[in-house]
Every structure is written in structure tokens, then in C-alpha cells.
Write a protein that binds this ligand. Structure first.
Ligand SMILES: NC(=O)c1ccc[n+]([C@@H]2O[C@H](COP(=O)([O-])OP(=O)(O)OC[C@H]3O[C@@H](n4cnc5c(N)ncnc54)[C@H](O)[C@@H]3O)[C@@H](O)[C@H]2O)c1
Length: 315
């Protein structure tokens, strides 16, 4: 198939590109490097350095003529969304609308959308399934929920098929470990470079950690199944921050007492998914265990650190 991946220079998008290329699909990428990196670009994919909000997107889609668009580009930081809700909405709502319009005029069959567990807010029951009420508690969660409504509208009114995947806490190689990204990348980098990580609240916050290649596989599964449907993409297993920390220490072979800090505003206690719908309808299930996922994440963070050191040393 011909595919276009927005956000293909980012963490999750680049893994989707890699999988598509490995399966011999024709792939194009649109990214503006807001957070993505040139190093993440797959050399066998055609790259367009463009903002998803730009009118140029229409020309690109007309040129690439993708059958499926994997829409991963987004403002994905909860903190940025609370600091600057206008920017968040510009990328996540207006940008999405630009992508949808370009898909319709460009004859795209289907769009696969990266939604989020952040659309739920504080859960009222566990595990969270697709029917769980959505009460997002951040501008980011609001824009992701609104996006799902737009997808439904474009399917009904313009005949553009969609699948929305609500990801859990995605972790793995290429996740940014410098910003406010997931705890796995942050803790791994800090522990490997001799810093003492900080655990907020009591560390008993529970999340559904899903390895990035499993998320990429869910996207590819959705290219040919699940039209008009929404799926929770996680392992179905809850893991606490303390457990992640402990397992990372074991993998790295260190014993470091973490700093403790108060709960951050908006931190939720417990959230994990019921993934039965994705298993049944997409014929998808996660394949990478937490131990294996942590192990390979640590290995790539270690490689990045070695590379950083070599670059600094040479410079
Ligand atoms: N990482 C997670 O745990 C998680 C969880 C739920 C949902 N998601 C969603 O998954 C998607 C991918 O997230 P990620 O973790 O890979 O983040 P990321 O920041 O690594 O990737 C986002 C990509 O989009 C690009 N981008 C941002 N604004 C753009 C714009 N205006 N025009 C073109 N490109 C733009 C960035 O440069 C980056 O390459 C996002 O939609 C995010 O909201 C991520």
C-alpha cells in the first residue's frame, strides 16, 4: 500500500514508518521537527518537511496519493497544552482538520489516528474500556477527544474511513528522555548517567505501559480492519512507577534510592485498559513483555549516551 505517516520523525511515528518499510509498503513522511529528529527518519521513506497546518499538505497528499494516512503528528505534551492551549489546539485540532480536508480531496481511503488515554480523565471504573465515559482534564485530552468526533463526522459526511487508537503509556527506543516524556526514558537516562531520579507522589500511580513496536503493529492492523471503530491499545496490565523504577534498576544493575517529591497537579492514581476489543477485532495483541521492553530501551539509551559522549568529546 501507499502510506503517509504524519509525525514520522517522532518517537511512535518513526516505528510505524520502519514497520511499513520492512513490510515493503511505499512510505512518505510529513514532519516539521517540532519534537521529531532527523536521525529518526527512515532513509527508504520520502520525507516532506512541512507543518500539518500548512496549505502545502494538500499538494503533498495529491502527489503521494496515499491509500492510508497514519496521523501521529501532534502537540503531545500535557504540560505544553496547559501552558499554551492555543498552540495545542492549533496543531491538534486545526492541524487535524487540514489533514482531514487534504485526505478527502486527495482520495485517501482511511486515516488511522493516534488518540490517547488522556481523553478519559479520572477513571470511574477499571479496567478502562472504549465505552468508559470521557472527561478529559487537560487541553491535550480535550483536543484528542474532539479529534475523535471530527473523525466520526468526516466518516459520516465525507466517506473518509477511520480508526482511532487510544494509546496507553508508550515507551521504548527513541522516546525523548530530556523533556517530560515517559518515566521509562527519563529514569533510564538518569540512572545510566549517574543521576538520582525523582519519583513524584508515592510512586504507586499505576499505568498501562505498552512497548512502541506493539503500538506500531496495532496501527498496521488498523489499516485493514476496524473501520469506524475506536480501540484501547495497551497491555491490559497496570504497573506502578515504583515497579518500573525497581525493574530498571535491576536491568541496569544499580541500587539507587530515588528522590521523592509531592504529587503533581492532575496526576491520576490508577489507569489501565481492557484491550479485548483490539484483540478480537484487529486480531492484535502486544508481543513484547515489560522486562524485554525495558531491556531494549535501556540498551538504546545507553547507545545514545555513548554517542553523546563521543560527540562532546570530539567537539
Ligand atoms: N507517547 C505516548 O505515550 C503517547 C500516548 C498517547 C498518545 N500519543 C500520541 O501519539 C502520537 C505520537 O506521539 P509521540 O510520543 O511519538 O510524540 P513525538 O513528539 O515524538 O512525535 C510527534 C511528531 O509530530 C511532529 N509534529 C508536531 N507538530 C507538528 C506539526 N505542526 N506539523 C508536522 N509535524 C509535527 C513532531 O516533530 C514529532 O516528530 C501523538 O499524536 C501523541 O499525542 C502518544
Amino acid at each position: 500500500m501507499r502510506a503517509l505517516v504524519t509525525g514520522g520523525a517522532g518517537f511512535i511515528g518513526s516505528h510505524i514508518v520502519d514497520l511499513l518499510v520492512a513490510e515493503n509498503h511505499d512510505v512518505a513522511i510529513v514532519d516539521n521537527f517540532a519534537t521529531g529528529k532527523p536521525a529518526n527518519l527512515n532513509r527508504y521513506a520520502h520525507f516532506y518537511e512541512t507543518d500539518i497546518c500548512s496549505p502545502d499538505l494538500h499538494q503533498i497528499i495529491a502527489e503521494v496519493r496515499p491509500e492510508v494516512v497514519f496521523h501521529q503528528a501532534a502537540q503531545m505534551s500535557v504540560k505544553v497544552s496547559t501552558d499554551d492551549p492555543l498552540y495545542d489546539a492549533r496543531v491538534n485540532v486545526v492541524g487535524l482538520l487540514n489533514v482531514l480536508e487534504a485526505c478527502v480531496t486527495g482520495g485517501v481511503r482511511k486515516i488511522i489516528f493516534a488518540s490517547s488515554g488522556a481523553t478519559y480523565g479520572n477513571p470511574v471504573y477499571l479496567p478502562i474500556d472504549e465505552e468508559h465515559p470521557q472527561h478529559p482534564e487537560s487541553p491535550y485530552g480535550i483536543t484528542k477527544m474532539v479529534a475523535e468526533h471530527y473523525l466520526n463526522y468526516y466518516a459520516l459526511d465525507r466517506g473518509l474511513s477511520f480508526t482511532a487508537l487510544r494509546y496507553g503509556n508508550v515507551y521504548g527506543p527513541r522516546q525523548d528522555s530530556r523533556g517530560e516524556a515517559g518515566v521509562v526514558a527519563i529514569f533510564a537516562r538518569q540512572l545510566l548517567s549517574g543521576q538520582v531520579p525523582t519519583i513524584h507522589w508515592d510512586g504507586e500511580q499505576i499505568r498501562d505501559y505498552i512497548y512502541v513496536t506493539d503500538v506500531a503493529r496495532a496501527n498496521l492492523a488498523a489499516a485493514t480492519a476496524g473501520d469506524g471503530r475506536i480501540y484501547c491499545i495497551g497491555t491490559g496490565v497496570g504497573t506502578s512507577v515504583n515497579q518500573i523504577y525497581q525493574k530498571l534498576c535491576e536491568v541496569i544493575g544499580v541500587s539507587v534510592v530515588p528522590n521523592r517529591a509531592p504529587r503533581r497537579p492532575g496526576d491520576l492514581r490508577t489507569a489501565y485498559f481492557d484491550t479485548r476489543r483490539a484483540r478480537e477485532e484487529l486480531n492484535w495483541r502486544p508481543l513484547v513483555s515489560l522486562s524485554d521492553g525495558l531491556q531494549s530501551t535501556v540498551e538504546t539509551v545507553q547507545q545514545d549516551l555513548t554517542l553523546d559522549l563521543a560527540t562532546t568529546g570530539a567537539g
